[in-house]
Design a protein around this ligand. Sequence first.
Ligand code: GLN
Length: 308
Amino acid sequence: MPPCHPLDVAKQTLAEKLPALSVEQRQAEVRLLVEAVFQLPYSALLTKSADFFTTEAFQPAWQQLHTLLEDRTIHRTPLQYLLKQAWFLGRPFFVSPAVLIPRPETELLVEAALGLITPSAKAEAPFRWADVGTGSGCLAISLALALQEHYPSVQFTGIATDISTEALQVAQHNADELKVASQAIAFLLADVLTPLDTSEKPPVGLDLILSNPPYISPILAPTLAPEVLKHEPAGALFSGDCGFEVVRKLIIQASIALKPDGFLLIEVGSGMAKTVADWAVTQASFTVLSVWSDYAGHERFLTLQRKG
Ligand code: GLN
């Protein structure tokens, strides 16, 4: 038998076993998997002949490639959990099945938060913010680093909450790896903004809260891809009351934790924004500043402001 090139093996396996992936997705996955396993850039892999990979030295890499392809195709493990890495706003975040894999549209929340931090808000230093349900820490860490970079002389203090101890450990690890100043984010085990350790006080007087809470109705579970349903943490995906339970809790607790005129930025599922906006106005003391869309044009984000 002629020797096999790892790129061909990966391409063929993914094409046969995951035919639903688009050609672009498949190419991206092949590239990332093979680069990670053989520790060579794609350009180098392309120019090597199959013979190059037959040496004894590559045996462990071949073994690893087969295991990863099996995990990916049979167990439907998401690529990011296999590589233990997901990119968010240009930075690599460590991810494990304890945390949601950051999604590209969630990056828009950080940009929106930065847009709200106006010079007048900066003047009232320290500016206090919180990320509720931090997961991998992608939102909190990206915001803290952007603030450090844009306003080096302004004092900001952030709180990143999660109900899962494992998720907080991942977020703390990412903050250390990505060199967030240790005083920039306090990690807090909490149900939304209520600390689980009753000796801790819930945060108050915040200027801004951002959150990508769990918002999928459990009824929709059978419609999710196996990568999501079997592997991502249920607590990060699902929320009772048709997906609204955690969002409602967030709005109530945020209306207490925020300063008058403080901002609440929330990501929600498609078709939920109007209900959430109505609820924030009628059941809590918020004004709706804007409802805005993701890259696909679906209304997925709300910017709310606590009434003064
Ligand atoms: N804030 C994290 C993210 O957006 C986790 C969100 C969650 O667990 N629902 O990826």
